[in-house]
Ligand binder design. Structure first.
Ligand SMILES: Cc1ncc(COP(=O)(O)O)c(C=O)c1O
Length: 472
């Protein structure tokens, strides 16, 4: 008998579809309350960091160069107090097969799908991950479907998203293009059910294990080139896989004193699910519209529990602006001869400001560059912004209002990150986790889990629970 394919029927079968499409039963790791066995889930991949390195090395992924940005460092020092201005380095992740660090995630997920005997892979993403999965599927002889949220209800698409759809198609994937709205998850589940393909989710433990090699390589590269671990590593934050995987890799390499900073473009006030505001942004990832909800409520994606848990790993979360990132894209091309895309340059824009807080002998590593292309360049983005009524000017980026203007810094001295209040984010995560206890008292295991999930301590978690009137 054919299965009913209406919205409620498909959503009602979501647990079963997810189990079949990942070859992994998340119930094995659940406590029945707030806690789940996160490390157990990560171990269940069955891959060590060496295994992942071998998989990636076969498919054009990893072991990218760590480049020292000497001219940008020199410029940052001009604006720092005497003796300050860390050396800024960047992992050239654009050199991966499809042009971004997302290849690390895709290589691992696609190899695992192949090992389990799936015929194809499927991913729901409007980002670089689609191209990464398409590229790895082509390399590893698998079929590939990418489900993308591309357009507003008038059929108009952000240049970068349209470019990514083209790239997925060029790499041989079938691309299902949707308008903005709640149907993405439904469509993803429905196609997974019909195709029987593997869910190459961004948030599965296979994907996150794939990013660990990035953090590990950063530690090893720094030790080889500079004889020490980096003082600071800056990661662009959206869904949280970059922060999580990089930090886990650093820890596996023993680099436990490195400060891990997450950076997102501040898009406060713009609603991601709004049809009208969909095309008001000039960046498509690495912004707070993804970064904050994924940090405070990680388990809302296309797997029952997310392996990307950024609040566990970040020491700081800072924001930058669209104008600063665009300016940085030009700076990187003009001063260092590296023409690279915007998502990597989000962390670099933050790094330009953060480096000025550190002494000159400190090492600051930006985890990635990404490829660039027709839709990612500044010119089409600025044209599109102008067509959507956005004012563009030079000035002080602190006057930036998302959805209203883009303020390109009048001079590089105006780059300045803003720190988010981590305790506020931690409280939010705890509040959103509590309903999993279904009104029962939280257990000691739940408290321990929340301490780890928020990188805080027992006193903090208990004080938030007291404030919320939750029993434990
Ligand atoms: C090139 C690039 N860098 C960084 C990010 C952010 O990574 P994450 O979503 O794992 O936080 C993305 C995600 O879309 C990306 O495509």
């Amino acid at each position: 008998m054919a299965l009913a394919k209406d919205y409620n029927s498909v959503m009602g079968r979501s647990a079963e579809i997810m189990r079949e499409s990942l070859g992994l039963d998340f119930n094995d790791f659940e406590s029945g309350s707030v806690a789940f066995d996160y490390e157990g889930l990560m171990k269940a991949t069955g891959y060590t960091i060496d295994d992942v390195d071998k998989i990636q090395s076969k498919t054009g992924v990893g072991h990218t160069q760590l480049l020292e940005l000497r001219n940008i460092t020199k410029l940052a020092r001009k604006y720092a107090k005497p003796g300050y201005g860390a050396r800024i380095l960047v992992k050239d992740e654009a050199a991966n097969a499809s042009g971004s660090f997302k290849d690390r995630r895709a290589a691992c997920a696609v190899a695992h799908a192949k090992k389990l005997g799936y015929k194809g892979v499927i991913a729901a993403t409007s980002g670089n991950y689609g191209a990464a999965v398409a590229s790895q599927a082509a390399m590893q002889g698998m079929k590939c479907i990418i489900v993308q949220e591309c357009y507003d209800s008038h059929g108009v698409g952000q240049p970068e998203i349209v470019e990514k759809a083209r790239k997925c198609e060029a790499l041989g994937a079938e691309v299902i293009q949707l308008t903005v709205g709640p149907e993405l998850f439904y469509e993803h589940l429905s196609v997974m059910e019909d195709s029987g393909y593997f869910n190459a989710s961004l948030y599965s433990p296979f994907g996150i294990a794939g990013v660990e090699t990035l953090g590990y390589e950063i530690a090893m590269d720094c030790r080889e080139l500079y004889g020490k671990d980096p003082e600071m590593v800056v990661c662009t934050q959206a869904g949280g896989g970059m922060v999580t995987g990089t930090a886990r890799g650093l820890i596996k390499a023993g680099a436990t004193d490195t400060t891990v900073v997450a950076a997102s473009i501040d898009l406060t006030g713009l609603h991601m699910a709004s049809d009208e505001q969909f095309n008001k942004k000039s960046c498509t990832t690495g912004h707070t519209g993804f970064g904050v909800p994924h940090a405070t409520n990680p388990d809302t994606g296309d797997v029952p529990r997310s392996a990307a848990r950024p609040l566990r790993y970040m020491d700081r979360y800072v924001t930058t602006t669209q104008g600063e990132v665009m300016y940085m894209t030009e700076m990187l091309a003009n001063l260092e001869g590296l023409e690279r895309g915007p998502a990597g340059n989000t962390a670099l824009a933050a790094a330009f400001s953060l480096a000025q807080e550190l002494p000159e002998d400190a090492i600051l590593v930006v985890t990635e560059t990404e490829y660039t292309g027709a839709g990612k360049h500044i010119q089409p983005q600025l044209d599109f912004a102008r067509d959507n009524g956005i004012e563009i000017k030079f000035g002080d980026p602190s006057e930036d209002v998302p959805g209203k203007n883009i303020v390109l810094p009048a001079n590089p001295g105006l780059f300045k990150v803003k720190d988010m209040d981590l305790n506020h984010l931690r409280k939010s995560l705890i509040k959103r986790s509590v309903p999993r206890a279904n009104g029962k008292k939280l257990t000691a295991e739940d408290i321990e889990f929340l301490v780890a999930d928020t990188r805080s301590d027992e006193a903090f978690v208990k004080s938030v629970l007291d404030e919320l009137g939750v029993e434990y």
